[in-house]
Design a protein around this ligand. Sequence first.
Ligand code: 5GP
Length: 114
Amino acid sequence: MSKKTLFQKIIDREIPSEIIYEDDICIAINDINPQAPIHILLIPKKPIPKLSDCTDKDKDILGHLFLIIKKITYDLKINESFRVNINNGEDAGQEVFHLHIHILAGRKFSWPPG
Ligand code: 5GP
């Protein structure tokens, strides 16, 4: 059996985290090392390593995640301006190989990202 990812351990409550949203398909937690006043990680419960591993079977999960971004940003009153980021692979800065979406808000962001 493959080893559990850090985020799987968070989902399974083996590692504590600040959970801000959860349903059957995903969980949203505060990032432990925030890069903005609001920095949330939205994580599907299915342990997909990275976005490029998704298949047609994951269509509903991916659609759900984006609608949950809308809900979370609306609930936190940051829906006017926020940034969504997915790091896919080591060169793109991915450290945890369990798909997750960064939601950042509360400051001005520059472009392009570093
Ligand atoms: P990645 O670089 O893989 O896109 O993002 C991983 C994120 O997970 C980083 O922003 C990092 O700060 C966050 N992180 C790493 N360990 C923990 C942890 O134990 N708890 C929480 N809440 N976030 C973590």
